[in-house]
Design a protein around this ligand. Structure first.
Ligand SMILES: C=C(O[C@@H]1C=C(C(=O)O)C=C[C@H]1O)C(=O)O
Ligand SMILES: [Mg+2]
Length: 464
């Protein structure tokens, strides 16, 4: 098989006796899902998938060339420090100038480093980022493969030869994999869903409303868990493929650690950096989609005009705007929210943009923003403490910053909602709502029922 080797570059990072060598090659088009599937043999537990809305950038990572892990409250600073160490090791660099290629870091954080941890999230630390061995990058401009290798002084050639063989075999296998859209499988798999303690969740909402009315806190996002039991192992590749097809406005992601996989289709951008431009998104307040265009329009108008929905959204706008103003020049925010429609749900949406000041990094912005009042509450510290006290679950990486960073400081993070952790035949899905003074437990419960729909639909099969 011939691979179009149009351009090639080598970046060398030196770390005392170690060097991170990153080689980028342009390829003939390759299907990212097939590449992910081809990686199952040698890299299961060490794969990731990412695509942004409209598939502007699709990444598939296999293996670990370098890893950054951090625990505790200063995890953002620790990751930033380790990232800088990695950057300082650049010795020579010939840049292809194709954003999203080269030694990218991909990973994320847990929601709250101080929350009690359960076995469910045992493979996901407070912060974990990897530079993959193989990174497939697909954009509208083309398709690239980065091979990253960490070499000790002296053993260059052996690893290089092995990787070259491995690379060829991966590409061969990926091109041979023919993936169905999953319709055949959907005949066979059945799954049952269990709402975990819905009554306790409603009581927590009522309690949060009391505390908000007492002035202890302004807004708290409370989540609940839905457990799915399937009759066979959850097929991550098919689920991802269906999420991409069905949730075109969302970021689709999967990140494997050990035998577990965290995946989802989140519409919620947290912050993106491109050069010195920063983009953040306020997304909060939800209503369903109509069955007819008229009903859809009516629901949208209700979302735009109802006082409870406006207040719920405004907390997010105020906080994100002031966080951006603290770090940026020329912050721009529309006066009114607009509607953001996905397959099963519509939200109020306000984009915020700005120009980063010197010293503002993507990660410092992530740290400042997380959690926004959409996924945590307001004020931030009080809301996180309330969640710790009131929520009966381990959020793990749900509603947390997840994304990628390149060596130039560009990258993008989302709030990882509409997601779940897959463990064999089981998935734990998480759905949450922003609770405000005018929230009603029953209506909030109905709202949470909209949120697992993308994941449940993408699992395929039939509900029993
Ligand atoms: C917390 C979630 O979603 C968040 C809560 C919303 C709401 O309460 O209206 C809307 C969008 C998200 O910011 C979730 O989907 O789990
Ligand atoms: Mg809501």
């Amino acid at each position: 098989m011939v691979i179009a080797k149009e351009r090639e570059t080598e970046d060398v990072f030196e770390k005392k006796h170690q060097t991170l060598v990153s080689t980028v090659t342009q390829l003939a088009p390759i299907d990212p899902f097939s590449f992910f599937a081809a990686g199952a043999k040698h890299y299961r537990g060490k794969r990731f998938y990412w695509s942004d809305p409209g598939q502007e950038k699709v990444f598939v990572g296999l293996g670990i060339a370098h890893e950054i892990v951090a625990h505790g409250d200063d995890r953002f600073a620790k990751v930033e420090e380790e990232r800088k160490k990695l950057l300082n090791m650049i010795e020579t660099e010939t840049d292809l100038a194709i954003q999203g290629t080269g030694p990218l870091l991909f990973g994320g954080f847990s929601f709250d480093s101080q929350a009690a941890k359960t076995a469910l999230w045992r493979s996901f630390p407070d912060a974990s980022f990897v530079v993959p061995v193989f990174l497939l990058t697909v954009t509208r401009q083309g398709c690239w493969l980065t091979v990253n290798r960490l070499v000790q002084a002296g053993d260059h050639s052996i690893q290089e030869k092995w990787l070259e063989k491995e690379r060829e075999s991966l590409l061969r296998n990926a091109r041979a994999v023919v993936l169905s859209d999953g319709s055949a499988q959907s005949e066979n798999v059945r799954y049952a869903t269990t709402d975990v303690e819905p009554e306790a969740w409603k009581r927590a909402v009522a309690e949060a409303v009391d505390q908000i009315r007492n002035g202890e806190v302004d807004k708290v996002a409370l989540a609940r868990e839905i457990r799915v039991h399937a009759t066979e192992r959850i097929d991550v590749v098919r689920t991802l493929k269906r999420l991409c097809k069905q949730q075109k406005e969302s970021y689709v992601f999967a990140i494997e650690r050990g035998t577990d996989c965290f995946l989802g289709a989140s519409p919620e951008q947290l912050v993106k950096r491109d050069g010195n431009k920063l983009h953040a998104t306020c997304l909060a307040s939800s209503i369903g989609r109509g069955k007819t265009a008229e009903e859809d329009e009516r629901l949208g108008q209700r979302l735009l005009s109802d006082e409870k929905f406006i207040v719920e959204h405004q907390f997010v706008v105020d906080m994100i705007k002031s966080a951006m103003e603290a770090e940026c020049e020329d912050v721009s925010v529309p006066n009114e929210p607009s509607l953001f429609k996905t397959a099963y749900i519509q939200h109020l949406y306000t984009p915020v943009t700005g120009t980063a000041r010197r010293g503002t990094s993507l990660l410092s912005m992530v740290e400042k923003l997380h959690p926004t009042p959409a996924l945590g509450g307001y004020p931030q510290d009080v809301a996180v403490r309330k969640i710790r006290e009131m929520e009966k679950l381990d959020r793990g990486w749900y509603a947390s910053p997840l994304g990628w960073m390149d060596r130039h400081g560009n990258g993008e993070f989302i709030g990882a909602i509409r997601s779940g952790i897959v463990r064999g035949n089981e998935v734990s899905l998480f759905v949450g709502n922003g609770i405000v003074a005018d929230s009603d437990p029953e209506s909030e419960y109905e709202e949470t029922k909209l949120k697992p729909k993308p994941m449940l639909t993408a699992l395929g099969g039939k509900r029993s």
